[in-house]
Design a protein around this ligand. Structure first.
Ligand SMILES: [Zn+2]
Length: 154
């Protein structure tokens, strides 16, 4: 996967076999719009290159959740990529990240690049998929994220 060989200067992110980066246990500087913007191309590359894996996780989850009943799983890839352009610094400091159908906000906290990218990916996976044209509840989305290799939730 090409995103794993990203060449963003001074940016150290590693992956195992999952789409989520390995969270490094280091401090980082405060999140800024500049740092968010720097991550956007990597985030988009993950979404594009891992689209099949992401879709599969939602499909597998839907099958289990609804005991094999026929569920229409829909992910709008274009919309997901559009939301990547709508990621902003959030003024609130009691959250790490938050999102709605159109945009994503990341807290102005100190975090290293791997956690910043992971947070952006986390929020991108909220509001990206519908089951039978209904949004999925966030706790279900969190289970799907852990299927995709996320270690902790925010
Ligand atoms: Zn979440």
């Amino acid at each position: 996967m090409s995103y794993k060989k990203h060449n963003v200067k001074n940016c150290f992110i590693q992956w195992n076999n999952d789409i989520f980066p390995v969270y490094r246990n280091t401090s980082g500087s405060c999140v800024s719009q500049k740092r968010i913007n720097r991550m956007k191309p990597i985030l988009k590359a993950i979404i594009i290159e891992e689209y099949a894996k992401i879709r599969k996780a939602f499909q597998t989850f839907a099958k289990k959740r609804y005991n094999g009943k026929q569920i229409k799983v829909h992910i709008d890839l274009e919309k997901m990529l559009q939301r990547c352009d709508n990621i902003f610094v959030c003024k609130k400091d009691d959250i790490y990240g938050e999102s709605d159908e159109d945009g994503i906000w990341v807290a102005k906290e100190k975090m290293n690049d791997s956690i910043l990218l992971g947070t952006m990916l986390h929020e991108s996976l909220h509001f990206c998929c519908t089951f039978n044209k209904q949004w999925i509840c966030s706790s279900d989305e969190h289970q799907i994220m852990s299927m995709l290799g996320e270690i902790h939730e925010c």
